[in-house]
Design a protein around this ligand. Structure first.
Ligand code: DGT
Ligand code: CA
Ligand code: CA
Length: 575
């Protein structure tokens, strides 16, 4: 069993405990353990087989270690099974409603017997929710709004969640005897920001064994439909998944077809027709004779094209690039040399400067910028000028003691509602790196938003604009930005733009990142890490950059240290 699956079950256990009103220390212990497990570099199975002492891992005591061993060795946790019986799936699902935490969910369940999202809607509309102690009309209203938002999203899941479970299942199913290939297709393979459902394809001698394994898998909640070669299941995190078993001679054609997008496939089909070919999920056919299908390369070659990276398959110009041999060599995670946005315990991070620097180094990074919050972000204990200057001295001191990693003295400076910056110019002038961001007043009218952004762009001390729109995927829309003006101003003033890799942000998005690249605006991909494990999201930022068609040379933090530093100095007019 993979670490991700163990982690998912520990998280579910914590959720359910919390809904049951368990002691918050206990809940937190399970969440911490889930995080530790998720970030282990070696597999738990191997560790246990080697007789490793799990209690040596961070945040894992004797009781948790025993539970983990049970999970890994027998594949399930009796305590979790028991909890699942006490808390209906629909109640667990209510945690997905924006603004609803476990405490409120527990009250709704115990006091009103609300067991599904539908129950919740009815209860909120009838006024029963408003009458509950600690709720009120306002909460009832915000629950209804949250439900509407959930509806409208049609339940789409973050790419991080989708990739975790898809890759775990891909791995586990490929272990089933007689299974030759298992692969992720659909939007998850295209690395969209969110996925509606998961699509897995397999080649197997014994499709019954494979489908049985999926049905019994700890991540599977319920089989929704099962045929001879396909199966649809609902997973414990609420996602649904299609598994299709295909003949090996059709694997490439099926991968091509089920990777999509639909828009991409429409063009593929038309190109095939122009060559008197028929194309479907089984292969490419001329007069009913199959001429391709085993590999995707063959399928694309049959219509005169090179293989197209899945991230580009949206019918947004990839065919013209492919036909003219100009498909970009897309950036990869290993190309990233630095990370220019992260937090420490000085504000809302959980690790010290040294811990962040060492963690970055372990992950192959050669330089980082520490960018704690400025004072406006009181919630996060933001820094005023005095604290910031002291923080920078500390960064410098620690940096001197480190080898193999350069640590820049940075700041994530708020662009205030009136358009001014949260710190004065003479303070910003002392920074190595300034990333300016909108946090408050995101709902201001376009004119005011633009005034704020343009003001920041024109400030010579601002090196980059971070998470430009401020959107939170599935939770809130970003600021209303006139992107033509915004990008042109950034290009004119030499201000860099961020792709924030947090899977809830991914901001810039793919479309605007591509537009920025077209204007030759340097892009930085940043983790916005708040902990040592926060660097792991960089891969989602890279996914987004790939969807924008970005190459390594379009992203500044792929430059080796001396070149990056030189480039940054050239950007800063006052040096
Ligand atoms: P999702 O699940 O909403 O995030 O997006 P996808 O792209 O994974 O869509 P899904 O799961 O409905 O179908 C997977 C792929 O299968 C899709 O990208 C293209 C292909 N596909 C599905 N239905 C059709 C269809 O009616 N026509 C064509 N040409 N392709 C289809
Ligand atoms: Ca899908
Ligand atoms: Ca599907």
């Amino acid at each position: 069993m993979q670490n991700a699956i163990v982690a998912a079950q520990l998280t579910e256990y914590a959720d359910l405990l919390e809904i049951q009103g368990a002691n918050s220390f206990r809940v937190r212990a399970y969440r911490n353990a889930a995080r530790t497990v998720e970030n282990l570099s070696s597999g738990l199975e191997t560790l246990i087989a080697e007789g490793a002492d799990l209690t040596e891992l961070e945040g894992i005591g004797k009781d948790l270690a025993e539970k983990i061993v049970t999970l890994v060795t027998i594949g399930e946790l009796p305590a979790l099974t028991e909890l699942r019986e006490q808390v209906p799936t629909g109640v667990h699902e209510m945690l997905r409603v924006p603004g609803l935490g476990p405490k409120k969910v527990a009250t709704l369940f115990h006091d009103l017997n609300v067991r599904t999202l539908d129950d919740l809607r009815v209860a909120a509309e009838s006024g029963k929710v408003a009458e509950l102690k600690g709720f009120g009309k306002k909460t009832a209203q915000s629950i209804l709004e949250g439900l509407a938002l959930l509806d409208q999203q049609g339940k789409r899941y973050f790419i991080s969640a989708a990739r975790d479970v898809a890759e775990a299942l891909e791995h586990d199913l490929s272990q089933v005897p007689g299974t030759h290939q298992v692969a992720v297709a659909g939007s998850c393979r295209r690395r969209r920001e969110t996925c509606g459902d998961l699509d897995l394809l397999a080649v197997a001698d014994d499709e019954t064994a494979l489908m049985d394994r999926l049905a019994a898998h700890p991540l599977t909640e319920k089989v929704l439909a099962r045929g001879e070669t396909k199966q649809r299941v609902r997973l414990r995190n609420g996602m649904e998944l299609d598994l299709r078993v295909v003949p090996s001679g059709s694997f490439g054609a099926a991968m091509q077809y089920f990777t999509g997008s639909k828009e991409h496939n429409i063009v593929v089909r038309r190109m095939a027709q122009q060559r008197d070919l028929k194309i479907n999920e089984y292969g490419v056919f001329r007069d009913d004779v199959q001429i391709a299908g085993a590999t995707e390369e063959d399928v694309y070659a049959a219509i005169g094209l090179p293989w197209i990276p899945p991230e580009l398959r949206e019918n947004r110009g990839e065919f013209a690039l492919a036909e003219s041999g100009r498909l970009p060599r897309l950036i990869e995670r290993a190309d990233l040399q630095g990370d220019l946005h992260m937090h420490t315990t000085a504000t809302d991070g959980t690790a010290s400067i040294a811990e962040m620097a060492n963690a970055a180094k372990e992950r192959g990074l050669k330089y980082i910028a520490i960018t704690d919050h400025s004072k406006r972000v009181t919630m996060a204990n933001g820094l005023d000028a005095d604290r910031l200057l002291a923080h920078w001295q500390e960064i410098e001191r620690i940096s001197r003691g480190l080898t193999g990693i350069h640590v820049l003295r940075g700041i994530e400076c708020d662009i205030l509602e009136d358009g001014s910056l949260d710190l004065e110019d003479h303070v910003l002038a002392e920074a190595d790196w300034v990333i300016a961001v909108l946090h408050y007043g995101l709902k201001q009218p376009r004119d005011q938003i633009m005034k704020r952004l343009l003001n920041a762009i024109r400030n010579p001390h601002v090196d980059a604009i971070g998470h430009p729109t401020g959107r939170m995927i599935n939770h809130r829309a970003g600021a209303d930005i006139d992107f033509d003006t915004f990008l042109k101003a950034a290009a004119d003033h030499g201000t860099w733009l961020e792709i924030n890799a947090n899977p809830a942000r991914l901001d810039l998005d793919d479309v605007h990142a591509a537009a920025a690249r077209d204007l030759e605006i340097p892009i930085v991909i940043d983790s916005d890490a708040h902990s040592v494990n926060g660097f792991d999201v960089l891969e989602y930022g890279v996914d987004q950059a790939r969807r924008a068609g970005l190459r390594s040379e379009d992203v500044v933090n792929t430059l080796p240290w001396p070149d990056f530093w030189e480039r940054l100095q050239r950007r800063q007019p006052t040096g």
